[in-house]
Ligand binder design. Structure first.
Ligand SMILES: C[S@@+](CC[C@H](N)C(=O)[O-])C[C@H]1O[C@@H](n2cnc3c(N)ncnc32)[C@H](O)[C@@H]1O
Length: 218
C-alpha cells in the first residue's frame, strides 16, 4: 500500500508554487470532528478526498492528523475561477475576508496563478503526505484503484450525486465513507441527505451527521 502511494507520488506533477499566494478558504461547513473521529477509530493511514477546491479541507486533515496521508481528487480547472467570482460579496467569503478588496485580490491571484498552483500552495508543506490527483470522479477513482491505492477513509465533497458513494463502495468496500453538504440546501430539499439516506438504506449503513458533515457507520 505504501509502495502504491510512493509510486503514485513519484508519477505526480507538482506545479512550482514558489511565488504563488495560497488562499486557505474552505467551502465546507461545521462538523468535521465527525470525520476526525472516524480517522481515530480506524487508525486511518490514508484518506481519499473527492473535491478539494483550494485544499483548505485537505490542509485541515493533514494538520490535525500528523501521520495521515491524503490523496485529493479534483480537476482544478478554470471553472474554479468562475466559482470564486460568484462568491464575491456573498456571506461565506465575507465572513472569512470582510474587506471586498481582499476578496478581489483572492480572485485576481487565482485568475493569474491558476487554481491548481493556488491549491497546491496551500498544502506544499505536506508534499510528502499529499498527492493531488487531477481528474473527474468517478473515472479518477477507478484510476486510483488501478494504481493499487486502498484508502481507509473517503471524504466526498463534490457533486451531490450518488456516483461517488456507489463507486467508492464498489471499489473499496471496507473504507469508511464520509462527506460534506449535509446542510446544502434547504430550498433544494437537501439533495445530499437524500443521496446519503438512500445509499445507507440500500447497503445497511447508519448515518451520523452534524452541521455540513455526514459519516456512514457499518
Ligand atoms: C465544494 S468544493 C470542495 C471544497 C473543499 N473540500 C473544501 O472544503 O474547501 C467542490 C470541488 O469539487 C470539485 N469537483 C466537482 N465535481 C467533481 C468531480 N466529479 N470529481 C472531482 N472533483 C469534482 C470542484 O472542482 C470543486 O473544487
Amino acid at each position: 500500500m505504501s509502495d502504491a502511494f510512493h509510486s503514485l507520488q513519484e508519477n505526480t506533477h507538482w506545479p512550482d508554487t514558489k511565488d504563488v499566494q495560497a488562499w486557505d478558504y474552505t467551502l465546507g461547513g461545521r462538523g468535521r470532528e465527525l470525520v476526525d473521529n472516524v480517522i481515530y477509530e480506524v487508525n486511518a493511514g490514508l484518506l481519499l478526498e473527492i473535491g478539494c477546491f483550494l485544499c483548505a479541507s485537505t490542509r485541515r486533515w493533514l494538520t490535525k492528523h500528523p501521520k495521515l496521508k491524503v490523496i485529493g481528487v479534483d480537476p482544478w480547472d478554470d471553472d474554479l475561477i468562475r466559482q470564486v467570482g460568484r462568491y464575491i460579496g456573498r456571506p461565506n467569503l465575507t465572513r472569512k475576508y470582510p474587506e471586498r478588496a481582499t476578496q478581489m485580490k483572492m480572485l485576481a491571484d487565482i485568475t493569474n496563478n491558476k487554481p491548481f498552483p493556488t491549491a497546491m500552495a496551500n498544502v506544499v508543506e505536506f508534499r510528502d503526505r499529499f498527492i493531488p490527483f487531477r481528474g473527474w470522479s468517478p473515472d479518477a477513482l477507478r484510476a486510483i484503484k488501478d494504481a493499487g491505492i486502498e484508502p481507509d477513509v473517503i471524504y466526498i465533497d463534490c457533486d451531490k450525486k450518488p456516483d461517488e458513494l456507489e463507486v467508492s463502495h464498489e471499489l473499496w468496500p471496507n473504507a469508511r465513507i464520509t462527506g460534506d453538504d449535509w446542510h446544502w440546501s434547504r430550498t433544494k430539499g437537501y439533495p445530499m441527505r437524500q443521496v446519503v439516506y438512500a445509499f445507507a438504506e440500500k447497503h445497511g449503513f447508519s448515518v451520523e451527521a452534524e452541521g455540513a458533515t455526514w459519516v456512514l457507520h457499518p
